[in-house]
Each structure stands twice: as structure tokens, then as C-alpha cells.
Design a protein around this ligand. Sequence first.
Ligand SMILES: [Zn+2]
Length: 96
Amino acid sequence: MPASSPPRWWQARRAQNRKPATYRCPLCGELLPALSEHMLIVPEGDSSRRRHAHTECVLRARRAGLLPTREEWERSQSGRERRPRLWSRVRAMLRR
Ligand SMILES: [Zn+2]
């Protein structure tokens, strides 16, 4: 998968940062002091691409369906994938 393609799902967890740095929240574009309570959002579990974001922004984006978890993404895919898989199983049975 090319690095430029948008992540299909995200992990979000509380950030535990003891480093006095300042980040920019990718969701609202505002500054985010690392020592304040905030969250990490990790695209497809790839921690090298994790971003620091305001807890409030993450919760708002989650409510808007913008940061689906892996589970939610897989559930949204299953309707599309179940059919071909079922058919290939049926065909395999008929061949026996
Ligand atoms: Zn923000």
C-alpha cells in the first residue's frame, strides 16, 4: 500500500507524554502542549505515523465517524466480502 493512501482505520489511545514538546493537532490545526491531557491516533496501527491530537477533537471525529476503529472498518467491509467468499465456497462444494 502506498504511504499516501488514506488510512482505513485508526487506533486511538491516551497519550502519556512527559516530554515538554508542542505538537499540532491534525484534526483542528491548533497547537497542543504535550504535557496536557491528549490522545494519540495511530493510522492502521502504524506507530511511526502516530499523531498527537486533542482528546476533544478525537472524540468529536469519532462521533462523526471519521476515525473508525479496525473493528468498525472490518464490520463495514464484511458485507462486501461475505458474498464472494460464500460463492467460492459454494463453487468448491459443487466441484467435489
Ligand atoms: Zn485539536
